[in-house]
Design a protein around this ligand. Structure first.
Ligand code: G3P
Length: 216
């Protein structure tokens, strides 16, 4: 399973990248706004800066919702850097845009996926990635991980090449469960990635080893 970081924060992207296990970055308008990135030039500059830190796929989301505007916007985003993947919302025009991008050699990430039916449509349109929102599904009283399992089963039976990119990750357990359910990629906040490091017995064990090392 590939590890992406789900943030627009350059310091956090650098920190995750320095771990040596980072394969890519996903952003969305909420995450970009949080960093105070405003205006077309600043947005493009920010994506460029991310591409300079991480040598992997970087999802950049379109802000429009009609086919023509999404295509124009996506072309501009894709021109920023070869690693840019155009993120498109799961709406009717979004599916049309994904098909257009697929036919024109531009890679896509279909976002805001909450059902297997939506995932099938995105895969049929040729999306490079589909992003089911695990945490938000859990918040609404459904089982996000179960959707990953169902998508894995369907994609394998149907031979879809689209990669399942688990998003809206809230903790380390989500990452473990996504790996178990067969997600191709997990995009996580830095805290959840660092959460994988932690176990109290590791801390206790290391403290004892360091104490005993003084006697060596
Ligand atoms: O990038 C989209 C997704 O990961 C959002 O996560 O925590 O806002 O539900 P969250």
């Amino acid at each position: 399973m590939k590890f992406f970081i789900d943030t627009g924060n350059l310091a956090q992207i650098k920190e995750a990248s320095e771990l040596g296990i980072l394969d890519g970055v996903t952003t969305n308008p909420s995450l970009m706004a949080k960093e105070g990135v405003k205006g077309e030039a600043a947005i493009a500059q920010h994506y460029k800066a991310i591409c300079e830190i991480v040598d992997g796929d970087i999802s950049a989301e379109v802000l429009s919702t009609d086919f023509e505007s999404m295509v124009e916007e996506g072309k501009k985003l894709a021109a920023i850097h070869p690693n840019i993947v155009v993120k498109v919302p799961m709406i009717k025009d979004g599916i049309k845009a994904i098909k257009w991008f697929t036919d024109n050699g531009i890679r896509t990430n279909c976002t805001l996926i909450f059902s297997a039916g939506q995932a099938i449509l995105a895969a049929k349109a040729g999306a490079t990635y589909v992003s089911p929102f695990i945490g938000r599904i859990d918040d609404s009283g459904w089982d996000g991980i179960e959707l990953i399992r169902q998508m894995r089963l369907i994609f394998d039976i149907q031979g879809y090449k689209t990669e399942i990119l688990a998003a809206s990750i809230r903790n380390a357990l989500h990452i473990i469960k996504c790996a178990e359910a067969g997600a191709d990629v997990c995009t996580c906040p830095l805290d959840s990635i660092l959460g994988l490091l932690k176990h109290p017995l590791t801390d206790i064990g290391l403290a004892k080893f360091l104490e005993d090392a003084k006697k060596m």
